[in-house]
Design a protein around this ligand. Structure first.
Ligand SMILES: [Zn+2]
Length: 73
């Protein structure tokens, strides 16, 4: 497992990563799974399973941590 701290610089976010956001979802959870990356990101709340589409710039501002699961391909 590899954790990136949010803040300066551009972030390396990949599909399957989990992100911890500064602002929680209305369900009070602040952990999301990344489903799609690109101009817009698709993320899913790990508590209520709701899917959200957001532009990259907005997501990067709201990220506190990125948790990458190291897997072998
Ligand atoms: Zn939620």
């Amino acid at each position: 497992m590899f954790i990136q701290e949010g803040g300066s610089g551009s972030m390396d976010i990949k599909v399957g990563d989990r992100i911890i956001t500064k602002k929680p979802h209305p369900c009070k959870n602040n952990e999301f799974i990344v489903l799609r990356v690109g101009m817009d990101f698709k993320i899913r709340c790990t508590k209520c399973n709701r899917e959200i589409m957001l532009p990259r710039a907005k997501i990067e501002k709201n990220i506190k941590k990125i948790v990458t699961e190291e897997t072998e391909n």
